[in-house]
Write a protein that binds this ligand. Structure first.
Ligand code: UD1
Ligand code: UDP
Length: 363
């Protein structure tokens, strides 16, 4: 089988790394990087650390408005699919790169397979929510990370081609945790003690592009009882400067460059708690049993909240301050995202769909 995988943004490199390895054991993969993320620390570092093969195509699209960025990807992807003629198109998550792949795949009648299908925040103002819905509806195979995701798809009338696989980010984290403990020197480099700091990340449009929201988050983080280390996404750095908030960063609220995956996992593992608006980071915190304060009012990863590891506080400064200062003890640790074998299941299902001769016992 020949599968064309499309990636473009940081979380997609993490997800694709584990699947790509399994895929190449049994078939051919043609890897396309849309170029949505292009800075060394947003892209290259993940390919190096996670041993992801050099992309066969880099579309070099880079940043633009949502419409123009997606349109450029669509225009550049179509001739690639024409040339490669894959049996399936493999898409990850909910970025504009995902949506562009879904549209081109559906129009060219290539089987579209979506990893992380069925997630919903029920907030249509999030660009990612639109990307998720449209991608799922254009997909022939929906690989759902949780039971809730399967139910969400059923509610929208999608039941054929839906498989619960578990979450590939869990597979990735299981592989990376030990490596990060052995290889990363980030704690020493930053002078941080295990369990004695807060990790923060912010990049969601609603938090970066609405001035008062970013202001409120920064002011609450600056009041945290422990030092805060803040690996900032480039868009967040731009806004901190534009809004005159850069001056609010201090030794106690230290903004650093985006980190490679191993250093970031080390920080997540060692942090006393984390404040984030990232989707992937909420989950990784849960896997590592680090308490999470989510700077949003909803989440797709509802199981992390139900289990008591994640608190949704939005961007309200008082709620963030309170969540940073209050202790809480989650008392359960369910495993709603599988057993670390999601990538294996996904590849087996693709083989069954394309080659038709593989038994799938446990999906
Ligand atoms: C994108 C995804 C989001 C995902 C995030 C992961 C969409 C709609 N959003 O958001 O779902 O959570 O990636 O990190 O696809 N920039 C750089 N260098 C880079 C990349 C971006 O400077 O390498 C800056 C540019 O100013 C750009 C801005 O960041 O305009 C936003 O980048 P973009 O890829 O459009 O969206 P993200 O916020 O990264
Ligand atoms: N990540 C990283 N370095 C950082 C911040 C995040 O390696 O400085 C990783 C993180 O461990 C997770 C992924 O990037 O695997 C999440 O990406 P992001 O938060 O940008 O996107 P989202 O998950 O919200 O789509």
């Amino acid at each position: 089988m020949r599968v064309c995988s499309i990636v473009g943004a940081r979380p997609q490199f993490v997800k694709a790394a584990v699947v790509s390895r399994k895929l190449r054991d049994v078939g051919e993969e043609v890897l396309v990087h849309t170029g949505q993320h292009y800075d060394e620390e947003m892209s290259d570092v993940f390919f190096e650390e996670l041993d992801i093969p050099e992309p066969d195509y880099n579309l070099g699209v880079q940043s633009d408005t949502h419409g123009r960025q997606t349109a450029k990807m669509i225009a550049a992807l179509e001739p690639v699919l024409e040339e490669v003629s894959p049996d399936a198109l493999l898409l990850y998550g909910d970025t504009n790169s995902t949506l562009a792949g879904a549209i081109v795949g559906a129009k060219r009648d290539v089987a579209v397979a979506h990893v992380e299908a069925g997630l919903r925040s029920d907030d249509r103002e999030m660009p990612e929510e639109i990307n998720r819905i449209m991608t799922d509806h254009a997909s022939e195979l929906c690989f759902a990370p949780s039971e809730a995701a399967v139910r969400n798809l059923a509610q929208e009338g999608i039941s054929e081609g839906v498989y619960w696989t578990g979450d590939v980010m869990y597979d990735a984290l299981l592989e990376a945790r030990e490596r990060s403990q052995e290889a990363s020197t980030i704690l020493e480099n930053l002078g941080l003690e295990n369990g004695e700091f807060v990790l923060a990340t912010v990049h969601r449009q609603r938090n970066t592009d609405v001035r008062e929201n970013l202001e409120s988050i920064v002011s609450a983080l600056a009041d945290a009882p422990l030092p805060v280390v803040f690996p900032a996404h480039p868009r967040t750095v731009e806004r901190l400067r534009e809004y005159g908030l850069w001056e609010r960063t201090t030794d106690a609220l230290e903004v650093i460059e985006p980190q490679g995956y191993l250093d970031f996992v080390r920080l997540l593992d060692a942090a006393e708690r984390i404040a984030t608006d990232s989707g992937g980071v909420q989950k990784e915190a849960f896997f590592l049993e680090t308490r999470c304060i989510t700077l949003r009012s909803e989440t797709e990863w509802v199981e992390t909240v139900d289990a008591g590891w994640n608190r949704l506080v939005g961007s309200d400064a008082d709620r963030i301050r309170d969540a940073l200062a209050t202790d809480w003890d989650p008392d359960s640790h369910p495993r709603p995202y599988g057993d670390g074998l999601a990538s294996r299941r996904i590849v087996t299902l693709l083989r069954r769909e394309i080659d038709g001769e593989v038994e799938v016992e446990d999906v």
